[in-house]
Design a protein around this ligand. Structure first.
Ligand code: USQ
Length: 394
């Protein structure tokens, strides 16, 4: 089986490439280095330097004998996107022009993933909208024209649903209206521009499945935390990137780093914001199980990819407790919320689908937090306090 991983240099992309590779899949890893370039441009201070994608693939090959083919290119360019399915490289500097054939599965992570980035100013809003929608549209047409039976696994986000005052179903809702019934996509109402682009790309692909019989799985994922996966434990240079800054760091990774740096935990507003969280190890299981279970042609399957829900206050308290065990005295600071979001709300998302496929969750515990603390503290001297909170408002 051949899988294309788009966005393979990102926080989730590289661990996903290794995961499929160790399962015996033929993996092609594609990226334009957007994330690492954005981190350099915005000077966000990653926790440790990152080897290039090619260097990591080489190291992986030396350790496991499994080859991960790397293609550096921007699939927002239609010709580059289509070349993934034809083997015709539109750029002549590619070292390896061999074509490894059409994929059975395409994992689509190739999007700008940060809510604060999307609202830095008009320029970054435009980059987010243009990149996320162009890439998805290019991909949809390339699959339709060149690889129509492939299973497209797209990373969505729980933030598409917002925080409605009713239970959140897994993607769909039955509605009875004036005596008639139908099934619709569950209502979406995002609270950032980034999340809004994810709603729009769901809509693009839902159009594609209805119109051209594509097969698509949309994984509505909550904020991810963690560093190591079982594959990266073989060598620390295989570790994924780690952000703790306000733009690219997700809340649990940020709190752990703040605890180690002696920076009061940055709880936004009242801290009653609830989200569904997932360990990076479980992201890999979920994407893999979803890939192994394609929908029929013309169907859009949707899973809520979370394992448990927490409020920000609960996360801060858990971090405080775990860090205390490691010898850190942590204070919790409620700061004016720079985001427009509900701080006190009902939240009950259903998330049974991926468990039914056999995903075995790693839950957030003091022990799992301590494990992360032990890893992050090795890089304590690299932590930059100036990038932790800059107050990107919307
Ligand atoms: N938060 C704080 N303090 C912080 C950082 C965040 O209180 O220092 C709060 C936020 O206000 C929010 C919650 O923690 O209520 C989660 O924030 P986050 O930054 O971890 O997550 P978010 O911006 O929603 O985005 C992240 C990923 C994104 C993914 C999304 C899943 O960056 O790619 O799509 O999580 S979800 O939130 O379910 O939509």
């Amino acid at each position: 089986m051949h899988v294309l991983i788009l966005g393979a240099d990102g926080y989730l992309g590289w661990p996903t490439a290794m995961y499929f590779s160790q399962k015996g899949w033929n993996v092609t890893a594609v990226d334009n280095y957007f994330r690492r370039n954005a981190c350099t441009e915005l000077d966000v201070g990653m926790l440790y330097p990152l080897p290039s994608l090619q260097e990591r693939a080489q190291l992986w090959y030396e350790l496991t004998g499994h080859e991960i083919k790397v293609i550096i290119g921007d699939i927002a360019e239609p010709e580059i996107c289509r070349s993934l399915f034809t083997g015709t490289r539109p750029y002549n500097w590619a070292k390896d022009t061999s074509f490894t054939g059409l994929p059975e599965v395409i994992v689509h992570y190739a999007e700008q993933p940060s809510a604060p980035y999307s609202l830095l100013n008009y320029h970054y809003a435009d980059v987010t909208v243009t990149n996320n929608l162009r890439v998805t549209n290019n991909l949809m047409f390339a699959v339709r024209d060149l690889c129509p039976t492939a299973h497209l696994v797209k990373l969505g986000t729980m933030g598409e649903y917002g925080t409605p005052n009713i239970d959140i179903e897994e993607g769909w809702i039955d509605i009875e209206h004036k005596g008639r019934k139908d099934t619709f996509l569950f209502p979406r109402q995002a609270s950032s521009l980034y999340h809004t682009t994810k709603i729009m790309d769901t809509d693009l692909l839902w159009f594609g499945t209805r119109t051209w019989n594509l097969r698509v799985t949309d994984l509505m994922q909550g904020p991810v935390y963690g560093i190591d996966t079982y594959e990266s434990e073989q060598n620390e240079r295989l570790r994924t990137l780690f952000n703790y800054d306000e733009i690219f760091g997700t809340v649990i990774n940020r709190f752990i780093t703040q605890a180690i740096a002696g920076y009061p935990l940055t709880v936004y507003g009242k801290g009653g914001q609830q989200r569904g969280y997932i360990n990076i190890k479980d992201t890999l299981q979920c994407v893999y199980k979803a890939a192994e279970n394609p929908p029929d042609a013309g169907r859009l399957k949707i899973y809520n990819q979370i394992m448990e829900t927490y409020s920000v206050n609960e996360l801060a308290e858990l971090t405080q407790k775990a860090a205390r065990k490691a010898g850190y005295k942590v204070t919790i600071n409620h700061i004016d919320n720079p985001r427009k979001e509900a701080e006190d709300h009902y939240y009950n998302p259903q998330h049974q689908g991926l468990l039914d496929l056999g995903v075995l969750p790693h839950y957030l515990t003091e022990e799992s937090m301590l494990e992360m603390i032990r890893t992050v503290e090795k890089f304590r001297k690299n932590i930059r306090k100036d990038v932790i909170f800059r107050g990107i408002k919307w």
